[in-house]
Design a protein around this ligand. Structure first.
Ligand code: DHK
Length: 148
């Protein structure tokens, strides 16, 4: 995506276990697969005039690297860090370290689940939080970036 100017590029980062979407607790995370998520997000972004660079990693450090790389290279980052949301000071510090706006997204409503999911290290450093709307939440985040 090097040919896309940074002000039309959105980086979408998905954390641990999101590669198993569709198979994993579909009652919580929905029936759509990760490939469906990638396609829906890329198509919605394109319709809004953006190029979405959608990635997934099960590794905290790789997500940190990708956040660093987004600096100066994207207009916004959409971050669903999976369970790292609730544990990772390293990811929160990476969000603090960059000036590109980061929108925290969760498929499920993390506030309506187990107590440990109510704590997010990312929320205090994110531009905003969207939680509980499934894949639509990623589209809402694209809209939020588009409205900036
Ligand atoms: C995804 C996960 O993998 C969980 O660990 C989070 C989040 C919630 C989601 O709803 O997208 O607690």
């Amino acid at each position: 995506m090097a040919e896309t100017s940074s002000n039309r590029r959105i980086v979408v980062l998905n954390g641990p276990n999101l590669n198993l979407l569709g198979q994993r607790e579909p009652d919580v995370y929905g029936e759509a697969s990760y490939a469906d998520l990638e396609k829906a997000v890329a198509e919605y972004a394109a319709a809004k005039g953006f190029a979405a660079d959608v990635r997934q990693s099960n590794h905290e450090g790789e997500l940190v690297d990708w956040l660093h790389e987004a600096e100066g290279a994207a207009v916004g980052v959409i971050l669903n860090a999976g369970a790292l949301t609730h544990t990772s000071i390293a990811l929160a510090d990476a969000v603090r370290a960059v000036s590109v706006p980061v929108i925290e997204v969760h498929l499920s409503n993390i506030f309506a689940r187990e107590e440990f999911r109510r704590r997010s290290y990312l929320s205090e450093v994110a531009k905003g939080v969207i939680s509980g709307f499934g894949i639509q939440g990623y589209k809402m985040a694209i809209d939020a970036i588009a409205l900036e």
